[in-house]
Design a protein around this ligand. Sequence first.
Ligand code: PEP
Ligand code: MN
Length: 340
Amino acid sequence: MILDLDPNLSDAQVEELCERLKRMKFTPVRQSGNRVALVQGVGKQVRKEAFLELSGVRKVSNLEQKFKLASREFHPQPTVIECKGKKIGGGQLFAIAGPCSIESKEQIFDCAKAAAASGAFALRGGAFKPRTSPYEFQGMGEEGLKLLRDAGEAYQLITVSEVMEPAQVGLAAGYVDILQVGSRNMQNFSLLKELGKVKNPILLKRGFSATYQDLLMAAEYILAHGNPNVILCERGIRTFETYTRNTLDLNAVCALRELTHLPIVVDPSHGTGIRSFVEPMSLAAVAAGADGLIIEIHPNPDRSLSDAQQTISFEAFAKIMHMAGLIRNALKNACESMIN
Ligand code: PEP
Ligand code: MN
């Protein structure tokens, strides 16, 4: 349910109304512009008219979608997340680049230098790795997080790293700017609740068998637990096709754009699993209107300790960034010429 309040109410009056709603056992979530969403308790019956009787309430509408705070119905304007002076959503391409796993100081610093030189805003690197086999490299853990932080600071890059369980959240939040939830943990609800308690933006990757609604309900967990800064990531889904590692679902960009106000990033590395596909699918994602890209790069891609087959060189990344810029400008100019 959405309550649209009298626009002349002061902050204090809106807060007072929220307190009253809490006493009525609702969970009000305030939105700019004197709008309040009521996240209902399970099984609680709500009569719209009852809210209209509260002073200051102008209009009451139902939120049709199962996801509430993530919906466009509740929040019509796109969300723009600010992180270290950079914006995620709302215009510029937010490019994240770095190795699948942090392997050494030299490797992560080389990646940071290349990412920054090509115009990326953020440096990725896994320290806790979800590997299919327990015998494969599991990541450097806290030591890796320290290296990532140092490399990010050296090149003024925002840092991104994955957390796999609630116990890692506090630790990682101390070192890293954006916390990533991997595909395999999209519905790890205790992890999502824990991420609701931190201030860091969360990069939430789509589970490889998750629908858009599943993804948005996962985002809703983080939002409902107090963290409004969620970035959605399309990273490919499992289909009957076996030629590629996953099928990069670019429909997701259009569908999510309609359903939600949250920024949308595309991961063509995991989405294809094939090095030569990363450039064309990055450009396709940009053309489809993605807010950002997350791409795996390495000083020597073939020697990556994880995901070597989809990891690209620094030169290949520089080329993608250059071409992505041209495509965005071409689209902008084409749109403007249609208007004029
Ligand atoms: C990763 O980003 O390296 C990763 C493991 O991603 P995903 O969860 O999308 O497989
Ligand atoms: Mn990877």
